[in-house]
Structure formats: C-alpha cells, structure tokens
Design a binder for this molecule. Structure first.
Ligand code: CP
Length: 305
C-alpha cells in the first residue's frame, strides 16, 4: 500500500507514467468511467479549498467511484479534540483512499502512518502540495512538450507558498532547469528548500525583487498569492500583498511562448485582462488537476485499465 505525502516520493518514471495515463484519460475518458466502481474516496479537508477537494471528488466520480467528505475542521470531531491518528484509523473503516488537507505541516504524514488505506497529502500548512505539482507538471508537459531545459520564474509568496516548494522539488530532477525566484525579502524561499533541494541538485538560480527585469528570460511564470492565512501579523500582510501584480504592460517584453501558471485562488496578483492572453494557462491547469488526480487515484488503488 502506497501513500503520497511529498512529490519526491515519486520517481521520474512514475511521473512519466502518471502523465501517460492522464493523456490517455483525456483522449479516452469512457474507458475509465467504471475503473473505480465500488471504491470510496474520503476527502478530509481541515482547511478551506475549492479546487483540490472538488477536483479529487470529481476525479473519483469520473472513475465510477463514490465520495464521502469532511469539508471543514469545525464540522467533524477534530473540533472535539480527536487526533489526526485516530481520525485516520476511523476513516480507513469507511473508505479505500483518503485525501487530506490540514493546516499543520506533517498532519497527512501522521495520517498515512495510522491509516490502513492510502493517504494523499492535499496540502499541509506552508509545507507541500504534491497533487498541485502533478497538475503543474501535466500543464507544462502539454503546453511546452517538455519538462527539461526551462527557465521558471516563481513570483510572490515563496516562503509560505506550498505549491512553490513542491514544484521546485519536482523540477529539480530535470536537466537544464534554472529558477528565478522573485519575492520581497520577507517572503523568500525557505533556506531548507534552497539547501536541500536547489543547491543539492546543483540547479542554477537567482533571487531578485525586480520582477520586470527578469520577465523576458522566462519560459514559465508561476504567479502566487500572498498567503494571508499564514501571517502572524496583519500589518505585514497588508504591506506585502500588492507587491507583485501581473498586468498586460509587464508582458510587453515576455517571450511569445511564455506560459503563465498560478495554482489559484487568485486575489489580485494577475490582472483579469491577462485571462484572454494565449500565454495564460491557469484555468487549463485546473482541468489538468482533475485529470492528474484521476491518474493518481488509479495508481494508488493499483487499478489497471
Ligand atoms: N490550488 C489549490 O490548492 O486551490 P484550493 O485551495 O482551492 O484547493
């Protein structure tokens, strides 16, 4: 039995297999419509979500399975003090696979150590978000046809943005990758990501606060929201939240083949006027997230179609 807590648990071959199955799902959806008949997915979301919870549920429905759901911490017995470990043991009796989001870093790992079914980390605090990364990888693969030889700009909240940490970890295995890390001083990539991932893999990178200066060199621009819910102090959030806003004028010198990604939700860091630009990929990314979660559920349930 296999869980997915961190994207680094997947080998490059397994990522390629997940992308290949996702591609087949896109081309032959009917083939998969009963693949998980009789299986139950439990979504345990102790933090708000639109995309991740609903895309997991939509994925399981599209595979012919069923879904049970906790959509907030205050609607379940966690609010009475039940531990993550006990919750995982209990929900294992009701389901074949669990997707868990939790504000505490490491909570899905604790769940996986106590569950008797696979557990998928659907986002833990400011730490990791491996299934968003699978969505990002499929988006990049379909839009650019490759996962190597890319200059990737990450812009915004690189400190608390768990999708950034997971995507940096995933992309660090490919050749010819350069990271351009664009953030205010206070929201720089955590030192453990720089030390244990970027430097350890000898990845070329630059850190900058000057967004406009670096846009022309990017193949991918990964915009992120400033994560209000992770700040200790509202004053700091208000000071930093509007620091980087992508507007059409900033794209004047960008590559025509640039791809703009964003894990969403967007607050105001990408102007709505960008949505019609052919370089904007963030709503396609949402669709690919559902497909990659279908592919992942099949893998962890060991269902071959
Ligand atoms: N990208 C993402 O995790 O979105 P949600 O918070 O809506 O799930």
């Amino acid at each position: 039995m296999r869980s997915l807590i961190d994207i680094k648990e997947l080998s490059t071959e397994e990522i390629n297999e997940l992308i290949a199955v996702a591609t087949d799902i896109i081309e032959n959806p009917k083939k998969y419509s009963e693949a998980c008949y009789g299986k139950i997915l439990a979504t345990l979301f102790f933090e708000p979500s639109t995309r991740t919870r609903l895309s997991f549920e939509s994925a399981m429905c599209s595979l012919g399975g069923k879904v049970i759901s906790v959509s907030s911490a205050d609607s379940c017995s966690a609010s009475k003090g039940e531990s993550v470990a006990d919750t995982a043991k209990v929900v294992s009796c009701y389901s074949d696979i669990i997707a868990m989001r939790h504000p505490k870093e490491g909570a899905p790992l604790v769940a996986s150590m106590n569950a008797s079914v696979p557990v998928i980390n659907a986002g833990d605090g400011g730490h990791n978000h491996p299934t968003q990364t699978l969505a990002d990888l499929l988006t990049i693969h379909r839009e650019l046809g490759r996962l190597d030889n890319l200059t990737i700009g990450f812009c915004g909240d690189l400190k608390f943005g768990r999708t950034v940490h997971s995507l940096i970890t995933a992309m660090s295995r490919y050749t010819g990758i350069k990271f351009v890390l664009i953030s205010p001083e206070e929201l720089k990539v955590p030192s453990y990501i720089k030390r244990d991932v970027i430097k350890k893999n000898n990845i070329e990178y630059v850190q900058t606060t000057d967004f406009e200066a670096v846009i022309p060199e990017l193949d991918i621009l990964y915009m992120t929201r400033v994560q209000k819910e992770r700040f200790f102090n509202e004053e700091d959030y208000l000071r930093l939240k509007d620091r980087y806003i992508l507007t059409p004028d900033k794209l004047e010198f960008a590559k025509p083949e640039l791809k703009i990604l964003h894990p969403l939700p967007r607050v105001n860091e990408i102007a709505v006027a960008i949505d019609d630009d052919p370089r904007a990929c963030y709503f396609k990314q949402v669709y690919y997230g559902r497909i990659m979660r279908m592919s992942l559920i099949l893998k962890l349930l060991e269902v071959n179609v």
